[in-house]
Design a protein around this ligand. Structure first.
Ligand code: SF4
Length: 416
């Protein structure tokens, strides 16, 4: 792969603090496994993390690990190992990369955090199928491997309007997780503790939303590529004070940038929206590609997926059920299109990039005419990039570059 020429994307000063809290998070789990001091739960990225945390579990997120495998470009090497176990090259490449790396005893954590040699062994795995079925198959594989329980929530899919009948059934499933969690954790469920954790999670979510919303400023102080890195605490540390403190720090820095008209991409000429999964093995490449064209890809559905405005500590189960069902990925095309349209207007973008990720149909929204319908409604052009989140054999750098350059030329023409 030819590296894109480095372009000036402004560095975020808070990054050091984010790396510190992420490192603390991984070492805490590693120490807990060694000493047996705390139980470990594995959770899907938009699973019921608040319940787990409130019951004293330390929480590991395999998708975060899958993304690390992608970003460190290890994933492609280990996907075939899972394929040989019967997990198709066409299914989620987080799953196949993660399982393949596990079978070979490899983890990117080892390089990033000396002394950590493996993912933390789970005492229980808890999923929510709100994003896809792959997470369930993934967790069931590990439950067998570690001989521990695997429990979960089956969510409605393709939901139009989210109604009480949707979220009351999800709330009931959440409550039904409690007896097994009590048995594994050895702790009684404590409603006050859940309310405390949920309030922190809501605060984290509100701050993360404010961080992402700063990209509406012209010029934008933030890029989508920054967002994919800085969302780490919103995913793995939501429900903790550390995540809240971190986003206060990051938000202050971005607000300062707005005040000083400090652009994340120098001489910002075009503003784009990213729809779909990131291409983890090409983050810096894509960032440079767009920056060199004085274009800021500044907002995305993906980074917004960890905003849970329905969380309400006064009504924990119903509000969690609502928040985890209202998510974009759970919804019908009609609801998704309205969401994207609103986002494009709010962030004042000139166009939209769809990433058609081969192994994630769940987060590839360009396959059933959505780009054409939205283009008609908004008058804003779109470009579809074919690729994948983790399997770099499915990514063509030359084709992406040629298509992006042609798209920006098209935007230039429109501007004239
Ligand atoms: S939503 Fe896509 S990337 Fe995420 S776990 Fe499911 S298939 Fe994998």
């Amino acid at each position: 792969m030819a590296e894109e020429k480095k372009a000036p994307r402004k560095k975020i000063k808070a990054t050091g603090e984010m790396q510190r809290i992420m490192s603390e998070y991984f070492y805490e789990m590693n120490d807990a496994v060694k000493t047996g001091s705390r139980k470990i739960a594995w959770c899907t990225s938009v699973g019921p993390a608040e319940i787990l945390r409130s019951m004293g579990f330390l929480v590991h997120f395999p998708e975060n690990h899958g993304a690390m495998l992608g970003a460190t470009r290890l994933s492609t090497e280990y996907i075939p190992v899972a394929n040989a176990l019967g997990y198709s090259p066409d299914i989620c490449s987080y799953l196949t990369a993660d399982v393949g790396a596990y079978v070979k005893g490899v983890t990117p954590l080892a390089k990033a955090y000396p002394g950590i040699n493996s993912v933390p062994k789970p005492d229980i795995l808890v999923y929510n199928t709100n994003q896809c079925r792959d997470v369930q198959d993934w967790f069931v594989w590990y439950a067998k491997e570690f001989n521990v329980p695997c429990i979960g929530i089956q969510t409605h899919r393709g939901v139009g309007d989210v109604t009480e009948s949707h979220f009351s059934s999800i709330a009931k499933q959440m409550q039904e997780l409690i007896p097994t969690l009590e048995a594994v954790s050895g702790k009684k469920f404590d409603m006050d503790e859940l309310k405390r954790v949920l309030a922190l999670s809501r605060e984290c979510s509100d701050l993360w939303k404010k961080v992402l919303d700063t990209a509406a400023a012209k010029p934008s102080p933030l890029t989508f590529f920054d967002g994919t890195i800085h969302m780490g605490p919103a995913v793995v540390l939501r429900g903790t004070q550390q995540a809240v403190n971190y986003y206060k720090l990051l938000l202050a820095e971005l607000e300062e940038r707005i005040k000083n008209k400090d652009a994340a991409v120098e001489d910002e000429q075009f503003r784009l929206y990213w729809e779909g999964m990131p291409v983890w093995g090409r983050l810096s490449n894509h960032s440079n590609l767009f920056s060199n064209l004085r274009t800021n890809v500044l907002a995305s559905t993906y980074c917004n997926s960890w905003i849970f405005t329905a969380f309400d500590a006064k009504d924990p189960f119903m509000s969690m059920a609502r928040a985890y069902t209202e998510l974009f990925i759970v919804r019908s095309d009609k609801a998704k299109e309205k969401y994207i349209k609103d986002m494009m207007a709010f962030f004042k973008v000139d166009g939209i990039i769809y990433h058609d990720a081969k192994t994630c149909p769940n987060n590839s929204n360009c396959r059933y005419g959505m780009p054409q319908r939205l283009e008609k409604e908004t008058g804003l052009p779109s470009l579809t990039i074919n690729g994948d989140l983790n399997d770099m054999r499915l990514v063509s750098d030359e084709q992406t570059k040629t298509n992006v350059e042609a798209f920006i030329e098209q935007l230039e023409e429109r501007k004239k």
